[in-house]
Ligand binder design. Structure first.
Ligand code: ZN
Length: 208
């Protein structure tokens, strides 16, 4: 089944809309109304999340050697972010193109997860391939890994953008619980690699 996500020149890229229709993502502006202590606490929490998310990203990029192009103009017109396997580079649009900081960082975590599948790293088959079952499985892995990384960074978004994106892929391949469990296992390994943790599962996978 064809999905509304382009694959260009060995790259996975992500449109500004997920396969399914968006449903009212929360806007960051919600948190900028003038304030009381509750709002200040909320802003401080938001700042902590940004710091943690950015630290995770900076640490992984430095350790892995994955290249990063912020404010990239090299993405397909309808894409907000992508990972190109051939050049081992993550590209993302300016932060203003995203509905919220949560969405920006969750999207970046998704692309970081893709980069762990590069042949030099975990060597997953669904990176930079035409739309296929392997491609969809890779999307499930990247989405689940980004959810794990969100949790690490303290991001617990109520936005439905990413859940709808994943739902689209689950429905596209009619993925049952066993596929989700399989993808979650690979996603946990990918998230561990981003976080610099050497999981037992990863060791076994790399040794096989
Ligand atoms: Zn993806």
């Amino acid at each position: 089944m064809r999905l509304a996500v382009p694959v260009v020149d060995g790259a996975t890229s992500h449109g500004s809309t997920p396969p399914l229709k968006r449903q009212g993502p929360k806007d960051l502006k919600d948190h900028h109304s003038p304030g009381n202590l509750g709002v200040i606490r909320l802003l401080n929490k938001k700042q902590d999340k940004v710091t943690t998310a950015q630290e995770i990203i900076d640490d992984y990029l430095q350790r892995s050697g994955v290249k990063f192009e912020a404010d990239s103009m090299k993405l397909p017109e309808d894409a907000v972010a992508g990972y190109a396997k051939k050049l081992d580079v993550i590209r993302i649009r300016p932060i203003e193109r995203f509905e919220s900081l949560d969405h920006y960082y969750t999207t970046l975590f998704h692309e970081l997860a893709h980069s762990t599948g590069h042949p030099m790293r975990l060597d997953r088959p669904g990176i930079g391939v035409p739309i296929s079952i392997e491609y969809v499985h890779e999307e499930l892995i990247a989405e689940l890994a980004s959810a794990f990384l969100d949790d690490e960074a303290g991001i617990h978004s109520t936005s439905t953008i990413h859940s709808n994106y994943m739902k689209g892929y689950i429905e596209a391949v009619d993925a049952g619980p066993e596929v989700i469990a399989w993808a979650a296992g690979h996603a946990a390994i990918a998230a561990d690699m981003v976080l610099g943790r050497k999981s037992e599962a990863a060791r076994k996978l790399l040794a096989a």
